[in-house]
Write a protein that binds this ligand. Structure first.
Ligand code: PLP
Length: 425
């Protein structure tokens, strides 16, 4: 619970920053109550300004896969700071991280680094439009790809209607270029392609959606989507900003055996510093300035601190057995939650993909955004608050993934399950 210092900081913050936060979900609006202001974090634990200690399953929304303040990453960062924090000129660090990323993602011939996932998807779409000479895009309801204008759009009434903006300030004229399909439903995609067979530049989809809660793609969905996209002369952009290094070293495309034309990355590849990346086939990537005419740039892109954190993180993740242990911890936790819920007769779905999971208070498996929205949000809010009281910091919304790190121990899992036992009602 928010203590005295958090409460007083929030009072000041809301006068200075809209809603008191620099990213909306942090404000706890979906679950009620007041956000904790954080002072520091280490390993699996996060500490607020009032001295509260929590087992953290937010992990800065995904990046902290090694846990907080990993000593190897921290040491490398301290050294990097001494050498200067930004040059605005090429460095060997960018070449090294590019090499690591391209080896992990064989579908990518080339990559460019940016500062956020938002920049990565926005730039990938610009490239797809330039490459195909087409303007419309298809995305899926409930998939989040950052806050660029053309991506803040959902279907108006059903999947076949033209997009209407999700947010005031997004021009209708732009929203009209975004179609929405239903995740795990290839027919909903085909209907859009049939309606506009020569107008669609690309399909963008999360590798494993985590932004409506964790919703794994069904058997053959991604493969079918890739084939259909190519059949209509469009490009498939796999947004692996979240899934990229969360499922395994190589993301959803490795797990599901597909080669997308373009891939977006972020979160883990920055090791807790701001990094995004987009890449893909050479003939597409070479359209990018300065080798080609498609403009994209960034004052701080390829920043030496961010590159350093990314390199150290990927090198540690690459070591054998890392994901086996990480996923086994996650599975133990998910199985434990299921057992408790079943014993108590609470209808819920624990949906896991690699080291991410969501507990949906829902009678049926969640396969798309509509299913997710039918979850019992009030019950989630109550569960969230009780978990927090018992020292477990979950994402403050039903429509988010929880993240496990390699720093989460068996004891953390046991303590978390103990909290679940007391909190699930
Ligand atoms: C987080 C996320 C983004 C946006 O990344 P930011 O760094 O927050 O801009 C894009 N796509 C997916 C799948 C994400 O999970």
């Amino acid at each position: 619970m928010a203590g005295r210092k958090s409460t007083s900081l929030l009072k000041r913050a809301v006068r200075l920053i809209p809603g008191g936060v620099n990213s909306p979900v942090r404000a706890f609006r979906a679950v009620g109550g007041k956000p904790l202001f954080i002072e520091r974090a280490r390993g699996s634990r996060i500490y607020d300004v009032d001295g509260g200690e929590y087992i953290d399953y937010v992990g800065s929304w995904g990046p902290m896969i090694l846990g907080h303040a990993h000593p190897v990453v921290s040491r490398a960062l301290k050294k990097a700071v001494e050498r200067g924090t930004s040059f605005g000129a090429p460095t060997g660090l960018e070449v090294e991280l590019a090499g690591l990323v391209l080896r992990a993602f064989p579908s990518m011939d080339m990559v460019r680094f940016v500062n956020s996932g938002t920049e990565a998807t926005m730039s990938a779409i610009r490239l797809a439009r330039a490459y195909t000479g087409r303007e419309r895009i298809i995305k899926f309801e409930g998939c989040y790809h950052g806050h660029a204008d053309s991506l803040l759009v959902r279907a108006g009434s059903g999947a076949t209607t033209l997009g209407v903006p999700d947010s005031p300030g997004v021009p209708q004229s732009l929203a009209r270029n975004t179609y929405n399909a239903v995740f795990n439903d290839l027919d909903s995609v085909e209907r859009l392609f049939k309606k506009d067979p020569k107008g669609i530049a690309c399909v963008i989809v999360e590798g494993v959606p985590g932004n409506m809660g964790v919703v794994p793609p069904g058997e053959g969905f991604l493969r079918g989507l890739l084939d259909m996209t190519h059949h209509y002369g469009a490009i498939l952009i796999l947004d692996e900003v979240m899934s990229g290094f969360r499922l395994c070293y190589g993301g959803a495309q490795k797990v599901y055996g597909i080669e997308p034309d373009m891939t977006c990355l972020g979160k883990v590849i920055g090791g807790g510093l701001p990094v995004g990346a987009f890449g893909g086939r050479k003939e597409i990537m070479e359209l990018l300035a300065p080798s080609g005419p498609v403009y994209q740039a960034g004052t701080l892109s390829g920043n030496p601190l961010a590159m350093t954190a990314g390199i150290e993180t990927l090198k540690l993740l690459r070591q054998g057995g890392t994901y086996r242990d990480l996923i086994s911890t996650t599975t133990t936790l998910c199985n434990g939650i299921r057992e408790i819920a079943e014993r108590k007769g609470i209808p819920c779905q624990v949906q896991q993909a690699g080291s991410m999971f969501t507990l949906f208070f829902n009678e049926k498996p969640v396969e798309n955004y509509n299913d997710a929205k039918n979850s019992d949000l009030k019950r989630f809010a109550r569960f969230f608050s009780r978990m927090l009281k018992h020292g477990v910091y979950l994402p403050p919304s039903q429509f988010e993934a929880a993240f496990v790190s390699i720093a989460h121990t068996r004891r953390d899992v046991a303590r978390t399950l103990d909290a679940v036992e007391r909190s699930i009602k």
